[in-house]
Design a protein around this ligand. Structure first.
Ligand code: ADP
Length: 298
């Protein structure tokens, strides 16, 4: 089984003609509210593919929390690990301008209250999980406690987003560490130079057992102690790349749990990421296993 530990947010989206200056008010379009947050997105993506998935997260005792619990439930995610209360549900306040650029304010809310103690109390979920996947929209202390809570033989997958420098204990557990170029730069603490193969080798030197670098429309690259290999992108008409990274990570974590090699799991994940960019939205764009198979026949 797959356990995702991470954030759950309500994404509040309105389209504006232009952004307000300080002290100014502008009118936006009717509000649209989407379930989001990287943790919830990964859990929904995996469950939609058919993975037995649980989410350890925290939402508020409010309407946004109920919206998230509903979307997790309809995707088939085990909600037993979703804790309720302590702060309002996390929200992302998103304004979209006519050129399609976003400006986003995130209020972490309950996500910031997912504590190491919450992880310790979720021992039963860890005991049954072959793969545990996390991101960084929850406190870093909580992620470190996840690493300490892994059952023997279970595998830890981390997408450090939003990126931050990582403690050695967390880096050493990653198998793989999944980053895009921007995240690679922050984790390395230096500008990345040369080819993605060079960044992968620099990242491996920090201690993770394996590294995956996602390259958007260029696919991905996997690297471990035995070498590096490219995973080609699947050619699709990209409509909206929101959530592609979450779908990729979820798919990879699920296939690793099923015993596939890192290269095979990444090739499947690239198909899932490609399917996710062919539709608008994050959770709304995540494919079923049949849709992934259909994409490959097309
Ligand atoms: P992030 O959103 O974290 O930056 P990417 O944009 O690299 O992640 O997307 C994750 C994966 O989704 C990529 O490695 C690739 O496999 C797939 N993907 C993303 N954009 C495209 C695209 N335009 N065409 C095909 N596949 C894509």
């Amino acid at each position: 089984d797959l356990l995702v530990v991470g954030s759950a947010n309500a994404d509040l989206v309105t389209v504006v003609e232009r952004r307000p200056d300080a002290g100014e008010t502008v009118l936006g379009s009717d509000l649209v509210v989407h379930p989001g947050g990287k943790g919830a997105n990964q859990a929904v993506a995996a469950a939609r593919l058919g993975a037995r998935t649980a989410l350890l997260a925290r939402v508020g005792d409010d309407g946004h929390g109920r919206l998230l619990l509903d979307s997790l439930g309809s995707a088939g995610v085990d909600p037993a690990g979703v804790l309720v209360g302590g702060a309002p549900t996390g929200v992302a306040l998103i304004t979209v301008d006519p050129s399609g650029d976003n400006s986003i304010v995130v209020s972490p809310g309950a996500n910031a209250r997912l504590t190491p103690g919450d992880v310790q109390e979720a021992g039963a979920l860890f005991a049954t999980s072959r793969v545990v996947s996390t991101q960084l929209e929850i406190p870093l202390d909580t992620v470190a406690e996840v690493v300490r809570s892994l059952a023997p033989g279970s595998r830890f997958v981390l997408n450090p987003s939003p990126p931050a420098p990582l403690p050695g204990e967390v880096l050493a557990a990653c198998d793989p560490l999944i980053v895009n170029e921007h995240e690679a730069r922050v984790v390395l603490g230096t500008d990345v130079t040369g080819e993605p193969e060079d960044w992968a080798r620099a990242l491996l030197a920090l201690g993770p057992r394996s590294v995956v670098i996602t390259l958007g429309g260029e696919g991905a690259l996997v690297a471990d102690g035995t070498g590096t290999c490219r995973v080609p992108a699947v050619k699709v008409d990209a409509v909206d790349t929101t959530g592609a990274g979450d779908a990729f990570t979820a798919a990879l974590a699920w296939r690793l749990g099923a015993g596939e090699s890192l290269a095979d799991a990444a090739a499947f994940a690239a198909r899932v990421g490609a399917a996710a960019v062919t539709k608008e939205g994050a959770q709304a764009s995540f494919p079923t296993a049949d849709e992934v198979a259909a994409l490959c026949r097309a």
